[in-house]
Design a protein around this ligand. Structure first.
Ligand SMILES: C[S@@+](CC[C@H](N)C(=O)[O-])C[C@H]1O[C@@H](n2cnc3c(N)ncnc32)[C@H](O)[C@@H]1O
Length: 250
């Protein structure tokens, strides 16, 4: 199994939250799927989804491999006055004495599992923690050819936000190259704070094609109940931005 390689991009949860301040549409989607049972979010990061679900009265557990992301999540949960069980762990090796009615793997987190063994171990962990009648939800982007065929010298805008320490503007741009054999998108995020020098941080993401992802889910012991193309529940189609898979134990 390949080691986790995404620590550099997640080294400061405050930057993550500011960079993703506009990403909120998925929260009500998960809220609608939540029933009365406990919820487990795999790769929960800073609690962007975990905390609102807890504020809605759900019993939530969040697992992440990044100590810095979890530290920020804990601080935010404390400030919000909600109790969440935070677990610092690699999802692939997760072994809790509990099962959950809803398990989430949101916001392209599956892309951090690069090799077949890692993908299998991640999905097995989800399955062994899923209640008999529970649901597992995966959110992965639907790869677009114009993204995969980017040239390494191209730069694409990612985000602009204010640095949490200095409040100076931060500009984030991306350069990428795609490896068709491994289906890995090798991104480099370029951070520029104010007029300072650029800092380059790698972000390697496994790309999943739609039919491939469905087959992987089935081979991992899941039955696909629904596949949506957006958080509004539009059925998945060729032009969909997202692959939102809701499944149960097969
Ligand atoms: C795109 S962020 C998503 C965070 C959060 N779920 C959200 O929607 O904002 C991906 C997260 O996956 C975590 N991660 C990557 N590999 C992991 C692993 N093997 N086990 C647990 N967490 C992992 C990272 O630390 C990071 O917090």
């Amino acid at each position: 199994m390949k080691p986790v390689d995404c620590q550099p991009i997640y080294r400061d949860g405050r930057h993550y939250d500011r960079l993703n301040a506009d990403v909120v549409d998925d929260i009500p989607f998960y809220g609608r799927l939540a029933g009365a049972g406990p919820i487990l979010e795999l790769a929960c990061g800073t609690g962007r989804i975990t905390i609102p679900l807890a504020q809605d009265g759900h019993a939530v557990t969040g697992v992440d491999v990044s100590a810095s992301m979890l530290r920020h999540a804990r601080d935010k949960a404390r400030a919000a006055g909600v109790h969440i069980r935070w677990i610092l762990a690699d999802t692939r090796a997760l072994a809790l004495r509990a099962r959950f009615g809803l398990i989430l793997l949101p916001f392209n987190s599956l892309a951090h599992f690069h090799d077949a063994e890692s993908i299998g171990a991640c999905l097995s962990a989800a399955r062994r923690h899923l209640a008999f009648d529970g649901r597992f939800v995966v959110d992965m982007f639907n790869p677009r050819f114009d993204y995969l065929t980017r040239q390494p010298d191209e730069r694409h805008f990612v985000a602009r936000y204010e640095d949490p320490d200095s409040e100076e503007p931060v500009l984030v741009t991306e350069s990428s190259s795609y490896d068709r054999a491994s289906q890995m998108m090798h991104n480099r995020w370029h951070f520029r704070v104010g007029d300072g020098a650029e800092e380059v941080v790698p972000l390697n993401m496994r790309v999943f094609f739609p039919q491939e992802l469905d087959a992987i889910m089935r081979c991992a012991g899941f039955a696909i109940e629904a596949k949506y193309g957006d958080y509004g529940g539009t059925p998945f189609s060729s032009s969909a931005e997202k692959q939102l898979i809701v499944c149960r134990r097969a």
